[in-house]
Design a binder for this molecule. Sequence first.
Ligand SMILES: NC(=O)c1ccc[n+]([C@@H]2O[C@H](COP(=O)([O-])OP(=O)(O)OC[C@H]3O[C@@H](n4cnc5c(N)ncnc54)[C@H](O)[C@@H]3O)[C@@H](O)[C@H]2O)c1
Length: 316
Amino acid sequence: MRILVTGGAGYIGSHTVRALIEHGLEPIVLDDLSRGHREFIPEGIKFFERSILDTEFITEVLVREKIEGVIHFAALSNIGEDSRIPLKYYSVNVGGSVSLLSAISAAGVKRIVVSSSAAVYGLAKKDVIHEEDECAPVSIYGETKLIMENCLRACSNQKYSWMALRYFNAAGAAEDGKIGEKHNPETHLIPLALKAVMGSGNPLTIFGTDHPTPDGTPIRDYVHVDDLAEAHVAAILSKESGVVNLGTGSGNSVKDVLDLIEEITGTKVPMLIGTRRAGDPPKLVASFDRAFQILKWKPRKDIRKIILSAWNWEQS
Ligand SMILES: NC(=O)c1ccc[n+]([C@@H]2O[C@H](COP(=O)([O-])OP(=O)(O)OC[C@H]3O[C@@H](n4cnc5c(N)ncnc54)[C@H](O)[C@@H]3O)[C@@H](O)[C@H]2O)c1
């Protein structure tokens, strides 16, 4: 089965490309390399350096390459940047998704799986978030992901089946240390803390120690990127439509993560204590019951494995 992977030169996309190959599927990558890395695409994999906004080109590729499914990662995803350049976020995340949907409709592709995000829920009111909980994004990024989901729902019209995977915090790296998290700028806790430990980044800033959580730091649900990749393989092979959370059902506080990083690296994380950020929810943890029910997916790698693999990647 031939799968077009948009954003396949990025962090989660490149791990998924590897997983697709391991499962005997045939990925083809389309990425404009605006945030991705050419060297993350395995040798021998067909690659088109193009934007998802180029509907005509994508339609042509879908037809010519006899693509049967599309996994759509390509997006801008930096919260902070989204409010500085909102139109760019609407253009790539909403306009790009519309462009891709137009192409798959024109080419008659029957299956699409897209990257959505915990950001669609906004300030969660529950301890553990389920898919039917209210979506009320508080960032432009989260809003663009929700609009993308709505477009999929509105346009599918039984022409294609679709699944939007709402990831919580993707983290970790491939076991062999050859691909891993490499955003620029990096905003995620684990790579920032590891870079601070190595002296290759600034001291880590912790945004508030007065959150309503047991140790005062926010709790997030970290999912190993290899587990996310496996979920995409299951999702592209499924025919079900709808939204599915990818989380672990439990979370770790910023302090838990930093304690574990110090234990694993044997080094104190250089850090500064900042103030709470507006709109930063104290706890974001997802139920994976639906993912298990529909995709038979459950997370396999815990927070220790996440940090060990990320540490291995940062050192290599
Ligand atoms: N990393 C996370 O924790 C996380 C959490 C929730 C959702 N997501 C979503 O998962 C997806 C992948 O995230 P990531 O962390 O791998 O990001 P990433 O930035 O590493 O990868 C995104 C890729 O998309 C490409 N891209 C951007 N604009 C493009 C365009 N116009 N045309 C073609 N390619 C384009 C970039 O070059 C990059 O390779 C994104 O949709 C993101 O919103 C990520």
